[in-house]
Design a protein around this ligand. Sequence first.
Ligand code: HEC
Length: 161
Amino acid sequence: MKTKRITKIALLASGLFCTPLMAETDQAEKHFARCVACHLAEGQGIPGAFPPLKNRLAKMSNSELGRQYVVQVLYGGLMGMITVEGQNYSGVMPAQTGDLSAKEVSELLNYAVNKVDKNGKPENWKPFSEKEVERLSKTKGNPVSNGNLRKQLLENQRDLK
Ligand code: HEC
C-alpha cells in the first residue's frame, strides 16, 4: 500500500516538474516547423534552393557576430546571392518571427541547434536566452543588409564557407 502511494506521489511530482519543460519543447518543435518547410526536417536543405543549416547553425551561432547574424536573419530576413559549401543560392528568406516572443524565439533557436547539429556542437556553445534575443533583435536589419552582415561574418569566421 505504502509503496503504491509513494509511487503515485513520485509520478505526480515528476509530472509537475516535467510538464513545463515538455510544453516548452513541444512549443519549440511546433515553431521549428516553419523552418522545416524550407530547410527540411534535419536542416539538410535543398541544394540550390534552401541552404543547409545542418552542421552549421551551432558553429554559426558560436560568436557574438554570428549570434547577431542568426537573430537578424530570423527577425529581418535574408536575400541575395550566398554560397554555402560551394553551392550558390540566390533565394529569399522572409522574416520568420512574426508573432513570436523573444522567449519563444530563443527556445526555437535552441531547439533548432540541437536538432540540426545533434552530431556535435562546439564545446563552448551557449544556448540563447530570452534576454539575449531581446537585446540582439533590437537590430533586425533587412534582407539586403543582413546579406552584408553575412559577408562580414564569413570574413571573421573562415570555417563557415
Ligand atoms: C520560405 C523558406 C524559408 C523558411 C520558412 C526559412 N528559411 Fe532560412 N533561408 C531560406 C533561404 C532561401 C535562405 C538563403 C537566402 C539567400 O539565398 O540569400 C535562408 C537562409 C537561412 C540562414 C542563413 C544561412 C547562411 O549560411 O548564412 C539561416 C541561419 C536560416 N535560414 C535559418 C532559418 C530558420 C531558423 C528558420 C525557421 C525559423 C528559417 N530559416 C526559415 C529560406 C527559408
